[in-house]
Write a protein that binds this ligand. Structure first.
Ligand SMILES: Cc1ncc(COP(=O)(O)O)c(C=O)c1O
Length: 488
């Protein structure tokens, strides 16, 4: 490479990098809502490069052009900040990554980066896989990872089939994750990482994050947390010592339901025993620029911007949806047709006190409504219907306002029966282990007025009293299959 030819690109890049880094530092001083609304998109950037557009533009281009070969070579060897090609990066993706890194580290001094991916599953894959590479000095050494068994069904499949069965990376399952000694006894010198989902989907497993992080660090391995359900508005695992956070951005972060996306967020300079300096120096940038460049799971620009628009009001939505969920949980807890309600917000939940330590509405102490820290437990709850599986299906089929869908974190209330949907593939034995019985309905309460959701639940549960005829659907439907179902 002609060093003198590229020098002015390197100088300009340094100047630009300094400016962006200072801008991020300034944004970091703002409150959560301000960061969520503005992200890292500045007025200066809008005016100088984006025709004044007040909203982050969607860069639909597949690639970036360079002024000459010097700039191209410097860019493709990652000597200057660049996005090159949209499989690796893209300015729209960069705006999303910037805001997520700031929100997940809100209230801390941590300097983090983010790699946005095409789905939550791609984020889990991107976060875990770099720790499951063969050690060249001990190529035959076994490897394992320790993870909670209460995880989303897709995560269960990725761990049980893709990693454990196909790759030979043993998944050591923590069954009672609130019991620290269970984690401890599963770890050995071949353990590559610890992984937990909290609160878990759908059974609300929860553990003492701070102490599990300490345990991981005692062994020089990372703790990876799936923070999908809480979102950074209610829980920020990096502040409690977790090393890497993954998000199914599809969920709480994209409440509108406009798309599928994921993210991996990690602070710089991870203190781990793994011998990979680039990985430790800046994990998110490492996976984005290297493994994900080669494997291709990063996000598309359109999805990045759709999500960005939802994130702007994240805190107030998570507050409202949590309050609605609390009302629903309290109502169901006292309903005669309900066997059990699982919601961390209920005082009766065995993990309520533990969850109380971690799940707090961010900045509630600066909110005119509250003036103090208030606990919020999110939009995800589950309940078990009394009687056999058919009773559960009857109640589920009778919902009129709540949508039947394998989705969560939506602005509209959605429900599913995990045993026949999200957690069907893992089989009955694994469902029993994760405490997901066939009579469990997962309900994610949206932002409707809570009274209307209560009314819907009330009329749906009334089918078990024989008070009501089963289906009162309108007599039309656009889809042939659903028309047939309505006629039955
Ligand atoms: C807790 C959790 N993590 C990860 C995922 C996977 O995310 P995605 O569907 O965006 O791939 C889901 C999906 O439901 C989830 O609930």
């Amino acid at each position: 490479m002609n060093q003198s030819g590229i020098q002015h690109y390197l100088d300009a890049a340094k100047q630009s990098a300094n400016w962006h880094s200072q801008y991020k530092k300034d944004m970091k001083k703002c409150r959560f809502d301000t960061i969520a609304v503005h992200g890292i998109y500045s007025m200066q950037e809008a005016l100088d490069f984006n025709q004044g557009s007040i909203i982050e533009p969607i860069y639909m281009a597949s690639s970036q052009a360079y002024r000459d070969s010097d700039e191209m070579e410097a860019a493709l060897s990652y000597q200057i900040p660049t996005w090159c090609y949209s499989r690796i990066g893209n300015p729209s993706m960069y705006y999303l990554e910037g805001v997520l890194a700031l929100l997940e580290t809100y209230g801390t001094d941590l300097d983090a980066n983010c790699c946005a991916t095409s789905s939550g599953m791609a984020a889990i894959f991107s976060a875990c896989e770099p720790f499951l590479s063969v050690d060249p000095r001990r190529p035959d050494a076994p490897m394992n990872f320790v993870a909670t068994c209460q995880v989303y069904g897709g995560t269960f499949q990725q761990f049980a089939i893709r990693k454990h069965m196909e790759k030979g990376a043993e998944w050591r399952k923590v069954i009672h994750s609130a019991d620290l000694s269970e984690w401890e006894k599963l770890i050995d010198e071949n353990t590559r990482f610890l992984y937990g989902e909290m609160p878990s989907n759908p059974s609300q497993a929860f553990f003492d994050l701070e102490n599990v992080a300490k345990l991981a660090h005692k062994h020089g391995i990372p703790l990876i947390i799936d923070n999908t359900v809480g979102s950074p508005a209610l829980l920020r695992p990096l502040a409690w010592g977790a090393d890497i956070v993954i998000q199914s951005v599809t969920k709480s972060l994209t409440t509108s339901g406009f798309g599928i996306a994921g993210a991996v967020i990690a602070p710089k300079n991870l203190d781990l025993k793994i011998e990979n300096e680039a990985l430790k120096a800046d994990f998110a940038t490492y996976i984005k620029a290297l493994p994900n460049r080669d494997n291709g799971p990063n996000i598309s620009p359109m999805n990045a911007i759709l999500t960005l628009n939802d994130i702007r009001t994240l805190r107030s939505k998570m507050d409202l949806m949590s309050r609605n969920t609390m009302k629903v949980a309290e109502y169901l807890e006292n309903h005669k047709n309900i066997e059990q309600v699982d919601y961390l917000g209920l005082k009766s939940h065995p993990l309520h006190q533990l969850a109380k330590k971690y799940m707090v509405l961010v900045d509630s102490e600066y909110d005119d409504l509250y003036h103090k820290k208030v606990n919020r437990y999110g939009h995800l709850m589950s309940f078990r219907v009394k009687g056999d599986r058919q009773n559960t299906r009857d109640v589920f089929d009778a919902f009129q306002r709540i949508w039947r869908a394998t989705d969560l974190g939506r602005i509209k209330s959605v429900a599913t029966i995990p045993a026949i949907s999200t957690h069907q593939q893992q089989g009955e034995e694994a469902r029993n282990m994760a405490d997901i019985p066939p009579n469990l309905i997962r309900l994610c309460v949206g932002a409707e007025h809570a009274d209307d959701i209560l009314k819907d639940l009330d009329q749906a549960l009334a089918v078990l009293d024989g008070k009501k005829v089963k289906c009162s659907s309108p007599g039309f439907s656009a889809g042939g299959a659903s028309s047939a179902r309505l006629r039955r």
